[in-house]
Design a protein around this ligand. Structure first.
Ligand code: EPZ
Length: 423
């Protein structure tokens, strides 16, 4: 297991490029199951989770691979021959988003056997809404031996009203409805840009999806879909993380390909904390203030403040002036970075789903342990400003969602490197 070793105190300067969006790539790779032939996706980030999704597709009998050389950001998926519509526990347990193959498999092949994802570090994360939506479209759903068995000779359009706003739930049902017979109306949908991006791909394939990005999505089912060639949108969470890196280090960084329209809530909070943010050269520039102000954060569904940026803003608040109250309303256990930030000298008190962060003058470097994807980013951000050396272990968590983050930060002047941990 690798670790990240870094020395804090350098203000980051320069420009950095954001990779393709992990949370768009995962459903979009699954959508390739809906069309015969070879589908090409570009700007696909080179992440562990993406590699797992490609493996899931190959396990079913698809050809699914990342090209090499100049086209290393491109993945090709070919659906030909017999597909075994199954996603095994061994793979699903490592990446819960594998459950996104459920909708496409039932819609296209009439059946699916997909392992239940099981628990996750940040919360229970059930998939009851995914199953509710598929049932509303006429699928027979049975849970046996930890697997979801879904069958449907032909899905039929229907009404789906989600009890809970769910990103992958919205995506799964959308991918089922595009081949259902008749009209589907989905209400209380997730409005994330990644949901819109999936709808864009499906419509390119010949689907008829309207309203993606709003809470009501209407889909007219079609007979079949065609393979496409599509470049995936930039990762707004990576972009937000890099903006915070500029802010916490006292630097001035241009984050290229960051889209302001996807980062309103995050940009608002960084400005409230005193940062100067400007939109320029196809990206967003963040200039840190001389001293950061504490701000309050409440995570909600998009377009509210994203839960995936909570840990990163908490790192920033540990060295801001004042007290910040951070409420995590999406997941029930997404404060695992707090005990590790304490090791760096942060002053944080947890009260239920709220964390009270009192800014301190300085953090001191120490060995810390990543516990989940965004927690690992939070610890690296804190290490940028902590005095002395910080070592972040278990960075396999980081590699699930960030493409060579330490290389990008080193390119901005950070003293940071990856060390292979002795087995
Ligand atoms: C997506 O997860 C993202 N992952 C997560 O990003 C992100 O944190 C989350 O949306 C919220 O924005 C991908 O898109 C691959 P949810 P998802 O279903 O879809 C409850 C990251 O760091 N719920 O929107 O799994 C659930 O327990 C990852 O990149 C049900 O109760 O999240 C949670 O409390 C982490 N029943 C809330 O809804 C369901 O059937 C939101 O979950 C589904 C969800």
């Amino acid at each position: 297991m690798d670790k990240i070793v870094m020395k804090g105190g350098t203000a980051l300067h320069g420009e950095v490029e954001v990779s393709g969006a992990k949370n768009a790539a995962l459903p979009i790779l699954a959508s390739a199951l809906l069309a015969d032939g070879t589908t090409t996706f570009r700007n696909v980030p080179d992440l562990a989770d993406v590699a797992t999704m490609l493996e899931v597709l190959r396990t079913m009998g698809c050809e699914a691979a990342r090209l090499t050389g100049k086209k290393a950001d491109t993945c090709e998926i070919s659906i030909a021959g017999t597909i075994t519509p199954e996603a095994p526990y061994e793979l699903v347990k490592t990446m819960r988003a594998s459950v996104l193959v459920l909708g496409p498999l039932v819609a296209r092949f009439g059946r699916a056997r997909v392992s239940m994802p099981g628990g996750c570090a940040i919360g229970a994360r059930p998939i009851d809404q995914h199953l509710k939506g598929l049932k509303a479209l006429g699928a027979d759903i049975h849970l046996t031996e930890g697997y979801v068995e879904a069958r449907a000779k032909q899905l039929k359009g229907g009404m789906v009203n989600f009890d809970v706003i769910t990103v992958t739930g919205t995506e799964n049902v959308m991918m089922a409805a595009v081949l259902a017979k008749g009209r589907t109306v989905m209400e209380n949908c997730a409005r994330e840009p990644e949901v819109e991006e999936l709808a864009r791909v499906l419509n390119k394939m010949g689907a008829k999806v309207e309203g993606a990005g709003t809470s009501v999505i209407t889909i007219e089912g079609v007979e079949s879909l065609n393979p496409v060639d599509h470049a995936i949108l930039p990762d707004r969470i990576e972009a937000g993380t890099l903006l915070v890196a500029a802010a916490i280090s006292g630097g001035n960084v241009l984050v290229k390909h960051a889209r302001p329209e996807h980062l309103d809530a995050v940009m608002d909070k960084l400005r409230e904390a005193g940062c100067t943010l400007t939109v320029e050269d196809g990206g967003i520039r963040c200039k840190a203030p001389r001293s950061l102000k504490s701000v309050n954060i409440t995570t909600t569904e998009h377009p509210g403040f994203p839960t995936d940026m909570q840990a990163q803003l908490m790192a920033l608040m540990t060295v801001s002036h004042g007290t910040s109250v951070i409420s995590e309303n999406i997941f029930e256990n997404r404060f695992m970075h707090v005990p590790e930030l304490h090791r760096l000298g942060a002053d944080i008190t947890i009260q239920g789903h709220t964390a009270v962060v009192k800014g301190v003058k300085k953090l001191s470097g120490a060995p810390v342990m990543a516990t989940d994807l965004r927690a690992s980013a939070s610890l690296i951000l804190a290490g940028l400003v902590a005095d002395g050396q910080t070592e972040v272990s278990r960075v396999y968590h980081l590699d699930r969602g960030y493409e060579r983050l330490e290389r990008k930060l080193r390119g901005l002047g950070a003293e940071i490197r990856r060390v292979k941990e002795r087995a």
